[in-house]
Design a protein around this ligand. Structure first.
Ligand code: ADA
Length: 552
């Protein structure tokens, strides 16, 4: 399942056998196939912890007719074959892709997914970084049975006009038929509904339908009261329902007014964590139970928000945030790129693809209150500043209903503070420099205001310190749990007591594995700034955060 609720009541899902066969294809792999489930990254398989290369995940199943395969995420490139014929290819580990195979004869078939996590000249976003790029099928795979017309891209955006909530709904119908058709499509959002009658669906074409549905008796979504509604589209041919598509949404509105971010008209105070989508030995194939546990721990620490550093997350995690009441800052994949990397010929197309897929696939989640991009990328040159503006414009065009931002490194000469809707700053007082947090927060919020950010909300998108789990020392040296707890406590007070700040995202929730090239600065090849370790064992900072967040 790609989601935590049924996306289809009419469209049939085929269950694939749970065990796949994994075969590595390059040097450094295994000399024999192994059995695995999906999702699974190969780094969790004995002998493959550091494998960089390609591997094939194969499964055989019985089916026939028109089949749609949905791949939640394959890291980092994917080539997909059905019975040896390529049916799909994709770049990017963090967004889904699909393939439709028509006229499949009924019988036993082989699905083969070749995943490739090597760096290379064909990759502008997947580069050696302060997080690990896992390899494999890191999100679920679904197989569906289609007729000769089907629905995709059910989008719901909500707004409140003069006290009247409205759901703007869009859905796309596709034809797999060689003749023009007449179809009808029924859409509902909560209790509001609309029937598109006698619509012309061109042969082998598509039809995009839009409706604005006023709603009555709305209970808005908020982290404190995460009220969710179902949206549904039903395709009818000759009055008979033949396909459907469901999604969840919430009535809520995000606006920037002055230097505040408003959710349903109320200023937000963000108390959040940066969370990489990784979990100890499971890597980026985070089990659902672990996702729930992460949110339970964050809420236990009185947090109300999470930043999906530095890429789109699993829709099931976003479903949990919708349902359990966590605000989300989701971002396009990028971290710490220099200008040369941003000028890579594939950087824009690969960034645009990630942004388009992120907004199309995740835009209905009410928990997502802001879109981010270009984390700590170069922003002091004319060319890099133009790329920031291009990325902001792209996100605004894709989704005008949410503010856009980028987490900036606090470096001199930034040219982009005026371009976002919210100024977001990554600060590390008392860790990377011995500056008093209160002094640094005042200095950097003033710097932002004086360099283009005046009058806008400010989020401290990263702030934190390192602490190695189990390393205790009453002298409180760096990397001791005691020092980390003390630094984080002071940082939270400095940010949440500052009138210019709308909130904080601590760096970071859990320790995460990093690329070997970062080893010198990352003991154990881990980014040890988590308040829990990679197995979610709490450090002393856990209690410090819990007490500090409770004060605001
Ligand atoms: C940066 C970066 C993070 C991480 C952090 C750190 O702010 O955005 O990905 O590398 O620094 O741990 O220093």
């Amino acid at each position: 399942m790609q989601r935590l609720f049924p996306e289809h009541h009419l469209r049939r899902h085929l269950e694939l056998p749970p065990l796949w066969t994994l075969t590595t294809l390059d040097a450094g792999g295994l000399d024999h196939p192994v059995q695995t489930v999906v999702p699974c990254v190969w780094e969790s398989i004995p002998g493959l912890r550091a494998y960089k290369g390609r591997a094939a995940y194969e499964n055989t199943f019985e089916a026939g007719g028109t089949l749609r395969f949905v791949f939640g995420g394959v890291s980092f490139r994917a080539q997909v074959y059905l019975d040896g014929e390529q049916i799909a290819g994709h770049y990017g580990a963090f967004t889904a892709f699909d393939a439709v195979a028509e006229n499949v004869p009924h019988g036993i078939h082989t699905l083969r997914i070749v995943a490739d996590n090597r760096y290379g000249e064909d990759s502008a976003l997947h580069v050696e970084n302060d997080y690990y790029s896992y390899g494999g099928v890191n999100r679920p795979v679904d197989v569906q049975q289609l007729g000769d017309a089907y629905l995709t891209d059910l989008s719901v955006r909500t707004r409140c006009e003069a006290g009247q909530w409205i759901a703007d709904v869009q859905v796309t119908a596709h034809s797999l038929c060689d003749e023009d058709r007449e179809i009808s499509v029924f859409v509902s959002a909560g209790s509001a509904e609309h029937l598109f009658k006698a619509q012309h669906l061109p042969a082998r074409g598509r039809l995009v339908l839009n409706a604005s549905l006023p709603a009555q008796n709305v209970r808005p979504w908020s982290p404190e009261s995460p009220q969710l509604c179902m949206a549904r589209a039903v395709l009818l041919e000759n009055g008979r329902p033949t396909d459907d598509l469901c999604d969840r949404f919430g009535y809520r509105e995000v606006k920037v007014e002055g230097n505040r971010i408003l959710l349903n008209g109320k200023p937000l105070v963000i108390k959040g964590f940066n969370r990489h989508e990784t979990y100890a030995d499971f890597g980026s194939a985070v089990p659902l139970q672990a996702m729930v546990h992460d949110i339970q721990l964050m809420k236990d620490m009185n947090a109300n928000a999470v930043r999906t550093c530095h890429y789109p997350n699993d829709p099931r995690f976003l479903d949990l945030c919708d349902e359990m009441g966590m605000l989300v800052w989701e971002e396009v994949h990028a971290r710490g790129l220099v200008e040369q990397q941003m000028l890579h010929p594939l950087f824009r197309p690969q960034t645009e693809q990630c942004a388009r897929e992120m907004v199309a696939q995740h835009g209905n989640h009410p928990s997502i209150f802001i879109w981010g991009c270009l984390n700590e990328c170069e922003d002091t040159t004319p060319a890099s500043a133009e790329i920031f503006r291009w990325n902001y414009d792209l996100l605004r065009r894709l989704d005008p209903s949410r503010p856009v931002t980028a987490a900036l490194l606090d470096r001199r000469g930034s040219r982009v503070l005026a371009d976002s809707d919210v100024d977001s700053l990554n600060l590390y007082p008392l860790w990377y420099h011995p500056t008093d947090p209160a002094v640094h927060v005042e200095k950097m919020t003033r710097w932002a205001a004086e360099n283009g950010g005046a009058g806008k909300p400010v989020l401290i998108s990263e702030i934190g310190a390192g602490g190695i789990y189990g390393n205790h020392d009453p002298a409180m040296p760096k990397w001791s749990e005691e020092r980390q707890a003390e630094i984080v406590r002071r940082q939270i007070d400095a940010v949440l007591s500052h009138p210019a700040c709308s909130g904080i995202f601590l760096w970071q929730f859990a320790d995460t594995r990093v690329d070997e090239s970062w080893a010198e600065k990352r003991p154990g090849c881990l980014n040890n700034k988590g308040v829990v370790d990679s197995y979610r064992r709490p450090k002393l900072a856990y209690a410090a955060v819990k007490q500090a967040f409770a004060r605001y």
